[in-house]
Write a protein that binds this ligand. Sequence first.
Ligand code: AMP
Length: 281
Amino acid sequence: MELLRTIEEARQFVLSQKKREKSIGLVPTMGYLHEGHLSLVHTAREQNDVVVVSIFVNPTQFGPQEDLDRYPRDLEKDRNSCSQASVDAIFMPAAEEMYPERFHTWVQVDTITETLCGASRPGHFRGVATVVSKLFNIIQPDRAYFGLKDFQQAVVIKQMVRDLNMPLEIVTVPTVREADGLATSSRNKYLTAKQRASAPVLYNTLKLGQRLIEAGEHNADVVHEAMVKEIESQPNTRIDYISVCNPETLAPVDKIENRVLLAMAVWLGNTRLIDNILVEA
Ligand code: AMP
């Protein structure tokens, strides 16, 4: 497995693979890899000759009050995980190389970035779209892999690829969960034992919404209210948002008639967790 620390090293690696007509699958991550990331890697492994995992804690997608400085890192463990998963190369550039002085170009996806996480994290998706565009330009993958845990992110990336005619396929992968339903996340490390014990409330609340809809509830307000109550029944939780929305436009729905996305962001102490499920009406 190769460790590519500069854009030039990555370009040489990509060039040699392209010369040999190898297909490339890219898994963009911020590291501190867990089973969720590895599920993306396994899918990429099945579908491509060469798998590249990028590990880059992208400063431009963090707000000034967010957790950039304390975001967990463990390169040794990540290297082992990737090596065991038969990854061909890890690309881990320095922030200074990705964003040199006089960096002035941004990728802005409109409308679908203004709701859900975009509403509470202004500029977040501009940072995501920009860094993912850069990664696509550097690695030139045939396919790139994104988890449905970050549903809005996957929608934004697909929109960007379509709008800017980027020549690759975006593959989405289902959310991986702990045994009690909590979606695996690098940020779960922040949780105290008490908060960790409360954390399954997110998924339980999504399942509650699903049960209501499957039992025939068509009024989104009723579903929304029941979900709010369920989260609030756990002490130490603070709702950022809970949404019953259209999975394509991400706009809230009034009447549940088709497939809907139930999505939420909830604070447990200083840790903001997100989760979502798709539900058939
Ligand atoms: P991150 O390192 O948090 O930026 O995540 C990198 C990629 O892994 C993103 O496409 C995420 O959606 C995906 N991912 C993170 N957690 C999970 C999970 N529990 N299940 C599936 N994919 C995940």
